[in-house]
Write a protein that binds this ligand. Structure first.
Ligand SMILES: Cc1cc2nc3c(=O)[nH]c(=O)nc-3n(C[C@H](O)[C@H](O)[C@H](O)COP(=O)(O)O)c2cc1C
Length: 206
């Protein structure tokens, strides 16, 4: 049976003609990272919607060098990039309508890998929404890293959204297989996704 809500969502989707694509960026790249728990959880949880598709990209696989280009990124076109990983990354960023950054907290900020990934693209970020999932092994839950990441994001004209997920004591809350034992975490993710999908689809239409 169709509800009014389902019909209106489908009409909206038809009007746009294509789905919103959200790129989920796993930011910790170190061996034995707890970020793997968050990745496993999101791989299980993020299922395609009528109007949204998700792609999870792991910076450990992207293997970007530390910014090593002869020019500043804002003045480069794809064929001027020195490193093929940079070309590929720039295209992947450009293909998305919004971004969800998954960040641990390293010395009160996000890891350098995330800053470098932000630096390694420009136009693909501009005026697109971004949300944050942060975590730590302690009680701060990566909240300080999330705040710093919002400021960094403004430098490439990303639009940080208010809803976020902050996971404290990650090794207690998320198993290595991505099972959550705290309902509040799934609730926070649902809120983040609803907000992000609403804003990303409106920006895509405009
Ligand atoms: C270099 C480094 C710095 C850290 N700094 C903080 C910190 O400032 N605040 C915090 O709550 N946890 C900090 N931690 C602990 C991390 O929250 C914890 O190691 C977490 O698992 C890191 O994510 P990852 O395992 O996915 O890399 C730090 C860990 C590392 C490796």
């Amino acid at each position: 049976m169709f509800s009014i809500f389902t019909i209106s969502v489908n009409l909206e989707t038809e009007k746009r003609g294509e789905k919103v694509k959200l790129l989920v960026i796993i930011g910790s790249t170190r061996v034995n990272r707890n970020g793997q728990r968050v990745k496993a959880w999101l791989q299980k949880t993020l299922t395609p919607q009528d109007d949204t598709e998700y792609e999870i990209v792991d910076l450990r696989d992207v293997q970007l060098p530390f910014y090593d280009e002869p020019k500043s990124v804002g003045s480069l076109s794809d064929d001027e990039f020195h490193h093929p990983e940079g070309v590929k990354w720039g295209k992947q960023v450009a293909s998305a309508d919004g971004f969800i950054f998954v960040t641990p907290e390293y010395n009160h900020g996000p890891p350098a890998t995330i800053k470098n990934a932000i630096d390694y693209a420009w136009q693909g970020w501009n005026y697109k929404p971004m949300s944050i999932i942060s975590y730590s092994t302690g009680q701060i839950a990566g909240a300080r890293a999330a705040e710093q990441l919002r400021l960094m994001a403004l430098g490439v004209k990303l639009l940080p959204l208010p809803a976020a997920v902050h996971i404290a004591h990650i090794t207690d809350k998320l198993t290595k297989d991505g099972n959550v034992n705290d309902d509040a975490i799934n609730t926070a993710l649902n809120n983040l996704l609803s907000e992000h999908r609403m804003i990303a689809s409106k920006l895509k239409e405009s």
